[in-house]
Ligand binder design. Sequence first.
Ligand code: CA
Length: 237
Amino acid sequence: MSRLLIVEDEPHIASGLRFNLEAEGHEVLVVEDGEAALRLIVEQPTLIDAMILDIMLPGMDGFAVAAALRARAWLHPILMLTARGRAEDVLRGFEAGADDYLPKPFDLSILVARLHALLRRQGWKLAPPPPDEFTFAGKTVDFAAQELRVGAEVHPLTLMETNLLRYLVRHDGQTVSRKRLLEEVWNVREDTDTRAIDHFMSRLRKYVEPAPDQPKHLLTVRGVGYRFESSPGSKAP
Ligand code: CA
């Protein structure tokens, strides 16, 4: 059982979601706008295990809500509801800190499956973590705890930032295209060359690189994508 927050202003969608998620044994709260969602989580940060967040809301939109929550280090799963066929919504949602998305109209059984996948991963995070770390150049990525430690500093990471770092670490020394990153990390099929990943990279660089303008580990490969180098200079480029 998880405690879920639905942020949705269309009553028939909200009640359909509530009905189905309660039938799955979850406790469900519904709010109709982003301000109410934010207020609830600021007042009780540990109340909610995961959020289903619509983008089109009165007042603050879903992007702003996700970004505000991540800025407050609320790192629970966010499943965003996007308009069909709008890849830019999907990418903007991920930039704002969403962990997954579903285009509207959606199949409820798929929503439940996606949500459970997110909660399962979150559960692994909350369980006593197995050693799941990678250390390079005095920095440690703790994948289980979703954090990056640099000396005494601890930077919390979203699930997507963690997944991106994990992918890059696994492909240490290899150039990976933006398209491949989108497909394999975000599960987004997108034919156009997108800059959405650049936002994640610049954020990660702030943590990882002593001089983010002259990166040594998270390298841009012009016209292609990115390459992670755990020990730069140790092998031919
Ligand atoms: Ca709406």
